[in-house]
Design a protein around this ligand. Structure first.
Ligand code: SAM
Length: 245
């Protein structure tokens, strides 16, 4: 899978050389390319922003600079390849495991990192004429730029790309995944069996897989009901009462 990230702070994406994503890049499973947006800016100051029409505080990233960058990056694929453009913004639909899983089966993603008050809206209108475009939010808060969101998207997507995780079953049993019915994962334990007078639950040491599965399912339901009742509502909406069979 190929992933391009366009940003005015390429150094911010350095963690993509580390850990799981770094290993996947070196193994040839991911082709990640980070581009400095200022390469497409002109003038002595290489400005990428200007004041917003209609007034208001802050600056906006300009359409000509982003347009030139996206034209070049999105035309650099093989043959007629067209990427999916992902644009981090608090005004986007929330990032979910389901969306990340969908993107993990795409051959090519391009991430456009905004700064200041964001990007001139015409950049996305123009891109939509040539490629699928999705706006994505990390949550209901405002970051200073899209780079952290790009890191999050790349990591969430990468671990779902076949071959990237050593054991693909671990992703299937994660919180929000099919194996946990879209709910939160149950609490987990490893050795030692007793630590600071706290014991690993007896049921996990018994070796009865059916009982362990039931226990994990109950803890998953409890935990989800306590902090994410919306996930239980979604499960019931999908499967009705059969969700709890
Ligand atoms: N004026 C924008 C608004 O109110 O929607 C906020 C701009 S924010 C200061 C600058 C950039 O940070 C955005 O263009 C986006 O790339 C990124 N950003 C901020 N919050 C984000 C979030 N919750 N999810 C994804 N990206 C975010």
């Amino acid at each position: 899978m190929r992933i391009d990230v366009v940003t005015i702070f390429p150094g911010y994406l350095a963690p993509l050389d580390e850990a799981l994503v770094g290993r996947a890049r070196r193994a040839g499973l991911l082709d990640v390319r980070v581009h400095d947006l200022r390469r497409w800016a002109s003038g002595v100051h290489k400005a990428v922003d200007d004041a917003p029409y209609g007034g208001g505080p802050g600056m906006l990233m300009t359409a000509p600079v982003w347009g030139a960058a996206l034209d070049e990056v999105t035309a650099s694929g093989d043959d007629d390849a067209v990427p999916r453009l992902l644009v981090p913004t608090p005004a986007g639909a929330p990032l979910t495991q389901r969306r990340a899983a969908g993107w993990a089966s795409e051959p090519w993603l391009v991430l456009a990192c905004g700064r200041y008050e964001g990007i001139d809206a015409r950049v996305l209108d123009d891109a939509r004429r040539r490629m699928p475009v999705e706006e994505v939010s990390l949550g209901d808060y405002v970051l200073a730029g899209g780079e952290v969101a790009a890191l999050v998207v790349v990591e969430a997507v990468s671990r779902l790309v076949p071959g990237v995780l050593g054991n693909p079953a671990s992703a299937e049993l994660d919180s929000f995944a099919e194996g946990t019915a879209g709910l939160l994962e149950a609490p987990a334990y490893t050795r030692p069996e007793r630590w600071r007078d706290l014991d690993v639950p007896e049921v996990l040491r018994g070796g009865n897989h059916a009982v362990v599965d039931r226990w994990r399912r109950d803890r998953s339901l409890e935990r989800t009901a306590a902090v994410r009742p919306d996930l239980l509502d979604a499960l019931v909406a999908r499967h009705g009462a059969a969700a709890f069979d």
